[in-house]
Design a protein around this ligand. Structure first.
Ligand SMILES: Nc1ncnc2c1ncn2[C@@H]1O[C@H](COP(=O)(O)OP(=O)(O)O)[C@@H](O)[C@H]1O
Ligand SMILES: N[C@@H](CCOP(=O)(O)O)C(=O)O
Length: 320
């Protein structure tokens, strides 16, 4: 469960008075989620989501608000935070930073079909097309510099073969991506797994959980998506989902020649990014709560698969 800070109905009813959003009729703690306290809030006017930020870098919250406001203004399917009667989005409740969002419709797709892959590719392509002009700045906290700095911390927990694999990979990425990036830049979601999307049937209800949002290589975001959305249980790429997603994406933002060249390597780098972040959670910095950590081995398998078989050919753009 993910209600780390219990709230009473009175607390939330009082909180809602800051906004022009109606009066509380129902309050429900959300079981999903891993980092923040989430409540579904129903008023006599609308469905909302209340998030209390439990951990992480609170000084980054204005960046997330700015990014969500920007994407919302550009009609991307994201929950643009509600602003209070004075125009402020970021609040404090029960001593924690808090944001109130519209509740978007739908469920997380477990086994996405091709129409859902196309919808997601289209939305991410549109997001990247507009996010290239986003004025905010937050360096990617999980980029190559982070891999280089952090991988040493987990080596002691790995077999000699896996130590060599991780070290060799990081060195290879430094050779490919080491210089200042020549790749197209913009704002990224940074963690667009299936469980950070909502679908009603084939219709995308929205993209949520932008708390890995940052600015950097757009290709990094796309590779994270492919490794999660177009992958089977063994880590192999699923050709149909791969083509559906990448075709729709490129109809909105065609990849540059340089991006096409480094694509197989970016799939490897982002697989290692999750292998490493999950190892860090398991061995080095376990969270205070008792939620089951994500399995690092899943991304080790994905990395090995990309290493052995590379990427599938990139499809041409499909019609939007
Ligand atoms: N705007 C939203 N609309 C609908 N559901 C949401 C929204 N924001 C969060 N949720 C629900 O709350 C859950 C937890 O939110 P999330 O931001 O992913 O938390 P955490 O950062 O703790 O993982 C999500 O899996 C989703 O079911
Ligand atoms: N979705 C991720 C968790 C978020 O990554 P982190 O680097 O912020 O811990 C996963 O599936 O591991």
């Amino acid at each position: 469960m993910a209600v780390f800070t219990p709230l009473s109905e009175t607390q939330v009813a009082d909180f809602l008075e800051r906004f022009d959003a109606g009066t509380l009729t129902r309050l429900e703690g959300v079981a999903g989620g891993t980092e923040n306290t989430t409540y579904f809030v129903t008023t006599d006017r609308r469905e909302l989501v209340l998030t209390l930020f439990e951990q992480g870098e609170h000084e980054e919250l204005p960046f997330f608000v700015e990014l969500l406001d920007y994407l919302d203004e550009h009609r991307l399917p994201v929950p643009g935070p509600l602003h209070d009667r004075d125009g402020t989005a970021l609040q404090s409740l029960a001593g924690k930073p808090a944001l109130l969002f519209p509740r978007l419709p739908g469920k997380h797709p477990k086994d996405p079909n091709l129409a859902q892959c196309r919808a997601l590719g289209d939305a991410l392509g549109r997001l990247h097309a507009v996010s290239r002009h986003f004025p905010g700045h937050r360096p990617n906290p999980r980029d190559l510099n982070w891999l280089v700095a952090m991988h040493h911390r987990v080596l002691v927990y790995l077999s000699p073969e896996d130590q060599a694999l991780m070290k060799d990979e990081v060195e290879t990425y430094q050779g490919v991506f080491g210089d200042a990036s020549r790749l197209p830049q913009g704002a990224l979601h940074g963690d667009l797994f299936r469980d950070n999307t909502l679908f009603e049937g084939d219709r995308l209800g929205g993209l949520i959980d932008f708390y890995n949002g940052c600015t950097g290589d757009l290709l990094f975001d796309l590779a994270i998506v492919i490794n999660d959305w177009a992958c089977d249980a063994q880590g192999r790429l699923d050709a149909d989902r791969y083509e559906a997603l990448l075709g729709a994406y490129q109809a909105r933002r065609p990849l540059s020649d340089e991006e096409r060249k480094v694509w197989p390597m970016m799939l490897r780098l982002t697989a290692l990014r999750y292998w490493l972040s999950r190892l860090l959670v398991v061995y080095v910095d376990p969270p205070a709560h008792d939620l089951t950590p994500h399995d690092p081995q899943q991304f080790r398998s994905i990395l090995l698969e990309r290493l052995q078989h590379g990427a599938l050919p990139l499809p041409e753009r499909s019609q939007p």
